[in-house]
Design a protein around this ligand. Structure first.
Ligand code: 8OZ
Length: 364
């Protein structure tokens, strides 16, 4: 047991944090034309800058990597300039923010892909999942299997996106290796039936995630690089027959890269923590640097996790949507506001930047 609390400062690799509360990545679908984040997004993140660390919403590294309408990118000059406004606004408030680098793989639709082509995947297996495009939920499109000669280009897109993130003023990046998207599609055998060096064995399935992370860490520094994983989450129609062995292997090799943090969605993303048996302590022990735990935490569970040494930092997702001052509310025991599900994805300021701070509520 330790006396560490959520409100104690922490040093995450190269990034000093004022507390141990992380704002988890949250997709909000409010990017403007050209998938560029604007002033409203800067205001949204600045309102939440009292988090020790903000992990941005998932951000596509290329047009091919996009799977939902109006999500932001980090592959054009305009996107870099848009994000610069966000990082400046967060830093102005004393906050810290990393960018989550995203390639959706098969969780996409032809209407979002370059030239209206098929989405890409490790294998030509369509996910039992839906995406949001043309203002409607629709089944994802049939993907095509990536040729082995196409993989270096994807690794390089991640590398370039990481460089762009640093140019845009981010404190670091998080590689999105979770939730049924491209890197997890390679890692989990429910989506990967390849017979080349990127499929079959545990080592082969882990290869793309490890190559991407190594390229990103080489580009911007391991001390500014994190990875998010979700070993047992069925999100986006994915499955894995050997998650403990596979993720023990992945985490051993992520640790060898010397990256700053591991961010683990424990259980089903946005759902039950006990969806399947899994020993997260095994990942914690294998990873020598910062372990961020996520999924379904409240103050009590977060406090006991820190006290028991089960995590260094705790990431809260949905509570940050309706509580821009979540850190202060947790610290003061103030009640938490509930989200309006109708304004989660897309739209403007309503349900995005208009949730009041606790003090504003009691003053009015
Ligand atoms: C909700 C809606 C769309 C995408 C994830 C990036 O689950 C997402 C996402 C979440 O990681």
């Amino acid at each position: 047991m330790t006396n560490t609390t959520l409100f104690d400062p922490y040093t995450l690799g190269a990034i000093p944090l004022s507390n141990r509360i992380v704002m988890a990545p949250l997709t909000r679908n409010r990017a403007g034309a050209g998938f560029v984040p604007g002033e409203l997004t800067a205001e949204y993140y600045a309102q939440r800058a009292s988090a020790g660390l903000i992990v941005s919403e998932a951000t596509q590294i290329s047009q091919q990597g996009q799977g939902y309408q109006d999500t932001p990118g980090i592959y054009t000059r305009e996107q870099i300039e848009g994000w610069r406004k966000v990082t400046a606004a967060v830093h102005e408030k004393g906050g810290r923010i990393v960018l989550q680098l995203w390639h959706v793989g098969r969780i996409s639709h032809v209407d979002l892909q370059p030239g209206g082509g098929q989405p890409v995947a490790p294998s030509a297996i369509r996910a039992e999942s839906q995406t949001f495009v043309n203002n409607a939920f629709v089944d994802v499109s049939e993907p095509h299997a990536l040729g082995i000669d196409e993989l270096p280009g994807i690794v390089d897109d991640f590398r370039q996106a990481a460089a762009n993130a640093i140019e845009a003023g981010f404190d670091g990046v998080e590689v999105h290796g979770a939730n049924g998207y491209l890197l997890e599609q390679f890692a989990k055998d429910g989506a990967n039936v390849r017979t080349d060096a990127y499929g079959g064995s545990m080592e082969n399935r882990a290869r793309l995630m490890l190559e991407v992370t190594a390229a990103v860490a080489r580009e911007i520094g391991a001390e500014r690089t994190g990875v998010r994983i979700s070993p047992v989450s069925p999100a986006n129609g994915i499955s894995c027959s050997d998650p403990q062995a596979q993720y023990d292997y992945i985490v051993d090799h992520l640790d060898a890269l010397g990256i700053a943090y591991l961010h683990v969605v424990e259980g089903a993303t946005g759902g039950p923590r006990d969806v399947a048996p899994f020993d997260y302590g095994s990942l914690r022990r294998r990873f020598s640097k910062t372990y961020i735990a996520n999924n379904g935490f409240d103050l009590d569970l977060a406090t006991s996790h820190l006290a028991n040494g089960e995590a260094d930092l705790i990431a809260f997702g949905r509570p940050f949507i309706a509580n821009p001052d979540l850190v202060e509310r947790l610290q003061n025991g103030a009640p938490l506001a509930e989200i309006d599900p109708a304004t989660l994805y897309g739209g403007g300021a309503a349900g995005y930047t208009d949730y009041p701070r606790s003090t504003e509520t009691s003053d009015s």
